[in-house]
Design a protein around this ligand. Structure first.
Ligand SMILES: Cc1ncc(COP(=O)(O)O)c(C=O)c1O
Length: 475
């Protein structure tokens, strides 16, 4: 599709002064616009994988394309759509809020909606938490946590986990445990050190230096869906506090009911000094995030009137974001979505666990609530293993795409590979997903796994059809 030409008058102003009509007039041009003005390499990836649909609508767990076909979205905008897309209650609340012409962002003033969202979050958090700083994204919440940790302790170092993901701005990137995101962007923040996830002795060794401000960790690592061992977070909290360091739990992905508790930390009863939130708090409407902190940490940073604005951002706590956050929390309560995530997460695990026995290529199934991952590995036979290795030599983690692509093309189900160079398939279903759709996902997965495994066992010549070739040779 050709890049849309500038309008006939040569002016840069659109000829149609109506956003919906402007969009309708450019139906089918999403990819061309992307390739001309946005991220071209992303466009190439979408084309190679055949994921380049143009979406015209979102409805609950579905994305709908220009032909009216519905795709079950288990990618959920990286976890943003815990409530599904365009949740009717949140939508109505946002309409009403827009119509009320709120006095957003007085800056030298306070906002009732921001205060109410902070109150609502603090009330749902563990006892250690007493205050909130509202932000506009996950990475901004993390940046705040790193800054407050240094200010409150007067110490320089931050510990983080290998494979950990906390965002891509400089502070968050400095505590990112994935080399593929870090490389070429250095030098990063000094004093940030990685420890293996789940290794308490390694954490202890680093804490022993006495200059650690904080340890930041996800209760479940989003990259690869690795769940913290049962004893780990409590032990980390104990060691951090004994060493005078703070514990920051990053619940940007795991929070808001995703794991079957409002916060994942409730599974282990930990009392962190700070908690970061974002994603599903937005209801999918307005970017919003929050950094929850203990009173001690908060007051040590904002410790005088002069320093009342040492950290923050222009849009943090705006009325639309706060309203979207409050409406999302109301919807979660009204529909008992935390309990629903626990129940459906249990069902998903129960339905998929037998795949471990059934398929040689399924090596692990893990997760908590509706955060689920399936790890693939080579089959035991010589031929199958040789084919697996040939594929992996081309690009580690490529095999997982041979599952996600047919899930999308043949079954209209959008899933994701859980990280770079990883053969882990990940699903983050909306907490509102109908039970029969979860069951449909499992049947489709079984079907695709059976085809992939039999392809591998039959040998390379018959395997992967044109899809395999396209994936293998696209660059
Ligand atoms: C655990 C975690 N922390 C932080 C972030 C960064 O959030 P954002 O993309 O909103 O900056 C993410 C994003 O995926 C995340 O999963």
């Amino acid at each position: 599709m050709a890049v849309p030409a500038p309008n006939s008058s040569g002016s840069h102003k659109p000829e149609i002064n109506d956003v919906a009509k402007l969009r309708a007039a450019h139906s089918g041009m999403g990819l061309a616009l992307n390739q001309r003005y946005l991220n071209r390499q992303l466009g190439r990836v979408l084309q190679t994988l055949d994921f380049d649909r143009e979406w015209v609508r979102g409805e609950g767990p579905y994305l709908i394309d220009t032909r009216g076909q519905r795709y079950l979205d288990l990618y959920a905008g990286y976890g943003v759509f815990g409530l599904g897309r365009n949740h009717p209650f949140v939508k109505a609340q946002m309409h009403a809020l827009l119509d009320s012409d709120p006095p957003s962002l007085p800056q030298l003033g306070t906002s009732t909606l921001a205060g109410l969202l902070a109150q609502s979050l603090v009330q749902r958090a563990p006892r250690s938490i007493d205050a909130a700083l509202l932000t506009s994204s996950g990475t901004e919440s993390v940046e705040g946590a790193l800054k407050l940790a240094r200010a409150a302790t007067g110490r320089p170092r931050i510990l983080f986990c290998e494979r950990g993901f906390h965002g891509l701005t400089y502070g968050s990137l400095s505590v990112n445990g994935n080399e593929e995101f870090r490389e070429r962007f250095g030098p990063l923040l000094p004093g940030c050190e990685a420890v293996p996830f789940g290794d308490i002795e390694a954490l202890e060794r680093e804490l022993d230096s006495g200059d650690v401000a904080a340890f930041i960790v996800e209760p479940i690592q989003g990259k690869g869906v690795y769940v913290a061992p049962d004893w780990y977070l409590a032990a980390a909290q104990e060691r951090c506090h004994a060493a005078g360091a703070l514990l920051i739990l990053d619940e940007v992905q795991t929070g808001l009911g995703r794991t079957g508790r409002f916060l994942a930390l409730e599974h282990w009863d930990v009392q962190p000094d700070m908690i970061t939130l974002s994603k599903a708090l937005s209801g999918g409407y307005v970017p919003v995030g929050a950094l929850l902190a203990s009173r001690a940490v908060f007051d040590a940073t904002f410790d005088s009137m002069e320093r009342s604005v040492v950290h923050g951002s222009t849009f943090g706590g705006n009325d639309f974001a706060a309203g979207a956050g409050l409406a999302s929390l109301m919807a979660i309560d009204q529909e008992e979505l935390v309990e629903r995530a626990r129940r459906l997460g249990g069902l998903l695990m129960e339905l998929t666990h037998p795949l471990l026995e059934r398929f040689e290529i399924v090596h692990d199934i893990r997760g908590l609530g509706l955060m689920w991952g399936l790890e693939l590995g080579p089959p035991s036979g010589r031929i199958g293993r040789r084919v697996w290795e040939a594929i992996e030599r081309r690009q580690p983690g490529l095999f997982a795409q041979l599952i996600t692509v047919p899930l999308f093309r043949e079954h209209r189900i959008l899933t994701q590979v859980a990280g770079h160079h990883m053969n882990v398939i990940k699903a983050l279903p909306p907490l509102t997903i109908p039970e029969e759709e979860l069951r449909r996902f499992v049947s489709a997965l079984e079907h695709v796994l059976a085809e992939a495994e039999s392809g591998l066992l039959r040998g390379y010549a018959n395997f992967g059809l044109d899809l395999g070739r396209r994936l293998l040779f696209a660059r």
